[in-house]
Design a protein around this ligand. Structure first.
Ligand code: NIG
Ligand code: FE
Length: 406
């Protein structure tokens, strides 16, 4: 047992808003679970436990990055330069670059090389206090490479103390083999790629890119129906560049989340609220693509849609492996409050992964994924950036990484 004392605790357990602060708290860890969490005055006398003095620092759930494309090879720096000369993200995609560039490099890369690249990125997140992350495929666009990406994601979850969930994003772009035949590629996904990889236990959720430069609502629906038959939850890249009404479709399939959402309208927000779909906002992609249309945060608040924040770490639209930066950008670019930002990478990120029963809050029975921060006010976590305030990180009850600064 470990008994953490002398801490300010942000349980993140409050239902609607706020941090769920307990000014002087105790948290008791037993093996990989939280045995007890609450005010020091009510703490049980625990069995002989290792005592940890928190020195008045802030304890929160370990952070969760609920939308990443971490497994990829190659570089898109040259395309970034093209964008600086005036080409748009969509122009580059239409000219055969963009996602297709990364697909070529990822198909050519060995499992070991992909693992090495992804491990470096995951390690960077771990050092920032991230304890769980979602990893999507989508840079293979054929069975073998989609499998390779998901296997790398699973292997990362073995090698590092991170909780990793996998999402099949085969419907990310049309592969060269199916050029001009998007429906044919959807056939291949629903008849072969999805059932095969699901059978192999590699798929925790299914995603698609519903967009003018991606797949139509009808094509997305076919993928969702196939996922539903396999009892897999869905999520969607929706309303990023144009409004395709993909969010309403996702909500109809009780999607865990709809992500990006810059172009989302009120009917889409309403559909999300009615179906418990989380809004995953991705300020890194908004920033890197120099988008100007902010997601409808006020509407999301009004309808009570839970908001999550994630890195969208990927080579094209968000080459940013930094979740704390997303808190600051969530606040500066989307005007989220610091409470909303922290909820966005804890309780609501857990909801977006379907893991809210075990992650994202500090309460009895949850997985002991905890982060201790050398800050007084939780708003510091959305405010300053560039100095790492993490002083201790527990994952599954074990202390990890980072120098212990107490
Ligand atoms: O989440 N929108 C599609 N997928 C990624 C970008 C992928 C890429 O450009 O490589 C995204 O923004
Ligand atoms: Fe994405």
């Amino acid at each position: 047992m470990q008994r953490i004392e002398n801490i300010q605790l942000a349980t993140m357990a409050a239902e609607e808003t706020g941090y769920g602060i307990i000014a002087d708290a105790v948290v008791i860890i037993e093996n990989d679970r939280i045995y007890w969490a609450g005010p020091a005055s009510e703490a049980p006398v625990s069995a002989p436990a290792e005592l940890i003095d928190g020195h008045g620092q802030l304890l929160t759930p370990a952070l969760i990055d609920c939308h990443t494309h971490l497994v990829w090879a190659g570089s898109r720096a040259a395309e970034f330069a093209q964008r600086l000369h005036g080409a748009s993200y969509a122009d580059i995609a239409r000219a055969g670059g963009g996602i297709a560039t990364t697909v070529k490099a990822t198909r050519a890369a060995s499992f070991e090389h992909l693992l090495q690249l992804a491990e470096q990125r995951a390690h960077a997140l771990l050092e920032q206090g991230v304890g769980a992350l979602e990893i999507k495929s989508g840079y293979g666009l054929e069975l073998q490479t989609e499998r390779k990406q998901l296997q790398v994601a699973r292997e990362l979850g073995q090698r590092l103390p991170l909780t990793v969930t996998t999402t099949l994003l085969a419907a990310h772009a049309i592969p060269p083999e199916f050029e001009g035949n998007a429906d044919g590629y959807i056939d291949e996904i629903v008849n072969n790629i999805l059932p095969t990889l699901a059978e192999e236990g590699l798929v925790d959720a299914v995603d698609a890119f519903c967009e003018s430069i991606g797949f139509s609502v009808e094509q997305t629906e076919r993928v969702f129906k196939a996922a539903q038959q396999l009892k897999l939850p869905v999520k969607l890249h929706a309303e990023q560049i144009t409004n395709q009404q993909g969010t309403a479709l996702a909500a109809r399939f009780q999607a865990l989340s709809a992500d990006h959402l810059e172009q989302l309208d009120e009917s889409g927000v309403k559909a999300m609220a009615e179906n418990g779909t989380v809004a995953v906002l991705l300020p890194g992609a908004f920033y890197f693509l120099r988008d100007t249309q902010v997601p409808p945060v006020e509407l999301l608040r009004r309808y009570g849609v839970p908001i999550a924040l994630a890195t969208d770490a990927n080579p094209g639209s968000s080459p940013i492996h930094n979740l704390p930066l997303m808190l600051q950008m969530g606040a500066t670019l989307f005007r989220l409050t610091p409470e909303e930002c922290l909820r966005g990478v804890t309780i609501n990120a857990a909801k977006a992964l379907g893991l809210s029963k075990r992650l994202g809050q500090v309460k009895t029975g949850m997985q002991a994924n905890l982060a201790l921060w050398d800050v007084k006010d939780p708003a510091e976590l959305s405010y300053q950036f560039g100095v790492n305030p993490l002083s201790k990180l527990w994952l599954n009850g074990d202390v990890h990484g980072h120098a212990d600064r107490q």
